[in-house]
Design a protein around this ligand. Structure first.
Ligand code: C2E
Ligand code: CA
Ligand code: CA
Ligand code: CA
Length: 279
């Protein structure tokens, strides 16, 4: 119990960098996580800032470790990438999320799109488009109901492989979003060639929107750029009405954040949606 306690402290402290032995422990744990059913997708609603309508839900991975408790994705996704485990785990995430979205549609829940995070490493996998296709087919889900969130850092790996994969994904008819936009200082002309649909403004900028002139200048610039390229813009990390209002004023139409809903298990969604409709 003492050891578990110490581990719990170690794994809950996000500021601490993993040592080599912790990494090994995490990697080994993660290897079993899929088989042992320790992974779960939570979902966070995405809303239209003007109508208040739900436009989608982002799938966010959770790891319930039997000793360590809930391990944060910020902590284990990098380990999953380093070890290559993100490829089989990523395939599982796609299958789960597509099944969930098909179920929402069958139930008429009113969540039209599921957004799935794709790591930089998955983008380097030449089989990614096939994996996505298989997940859609298995679930019987229309490609338009799936949006893939590609991080800016993943996209700026300027390789033929990444370009080819993004083209294949686009060809499937799924939506593409650039995640964490603004953090990679990428050249927008380059991103434009990649034919994405949505730009997700990183929450670090959204947080500064009302508190600093710089923050507001960056968000304003991103929204203007994106709109002039005909892209949708979604602001991440919206926590208060003041920020939502500022975003509306700037012409940002979509948002996600604690103001609307925290990430939650799929089983909690129906009640949350009913609550929203009643409000
Ligand atoms: P992300 O894709 O940028 O996801 C948004 C993160 O912000 C989530 O953290 C979410 O819970 C959190 N968040 C949402 N609204 C708010 C808010 O209003 N305020 C604040 N402070 N935070 C908010 P989470 O779930 O811990 O995920 C962290 C990161 O881990 C994700 O960042 C993503 O990069 C990665 N990740 C999570 N799930 C997956 C996955 O299934 N696959 C991959 N490849 N990466 C994932
Ligand atoms: Ca994301
Ligand atoms: Ca993000
Ligand atoms: Ca959309």
């Amino acid at each position: 119990a003492k050891k578990a306690g110490r581990n719990a402290w170690r794994f809950y402290n996000p500021a601490m960098n993993a040592t080599a032995s912790e990494r090994l422990e995490l990697t080994n744990g993660l290897r079993c996580a899929l088989e042992q059913d320790q992974l779960e997708l939570y979902y966070q609603l995405q809303v239209d800032l003007f109508s208040g309508q739900v436009i989608g839900a982002e799938a966010l991975l959770r790891w319930h470790h039997p000793q360590w408790g809930l391990v944060s994705p910020a902590r284990f996704i990098p380990i999953a990438e380093e070890s290559g485990l993100i490829v089989p785990i990523g395939a599982w995430i796609l299958q789960q999320a597509c099944h969930q979205a098909a179920q929402w549609q069958a139930e008429g829940l009113g969540i039209p799109v599921v957004a799935v995070n794709i790591s930089a490493l998955q983008l380097q996998d030449s089989a990614l488009a096939k994996t996505v296709r298989a997940a859609l087919d298995q679930a019987g889900l229309a490609p338009s109901a799936l949006e893939l969130e590609l991080t800016e850092s993943g996209l700026i790996q300027d390789s033929e492989q990444v370009r080819a994969t993004v083209d294949q994904l686009k060809g499937l008819g799924v939506g593409l979003a650039i995640d964490d936009f603004g953090t990679g200082y990428s050249c927008l002309a380059y991103l434009r060639r990649l034919a994405v649909d949505v730009v997700k403004i990183d929450q670090s900028f959204v947080r500064d929107l009302n508190s600093s002139a710089d923050g507001s200048a960056i968000v304003t610039a991103i929204i203007q750029m994106a709109r002039s390229l005909g892209l949708e813009v979604l602001a991440e990390g919206v926590e208060d009405e003041e920020t939502a209002e500022a975003l509306r004023q700037l012409g940002c139409c979509q948002a996600q954040g604690y103001l609307y809903a925290r990430p939650m298990p799929a089983s909690a969604l129906p009640a949350r949606l009913a609550e929203r409709r009643a409000a």
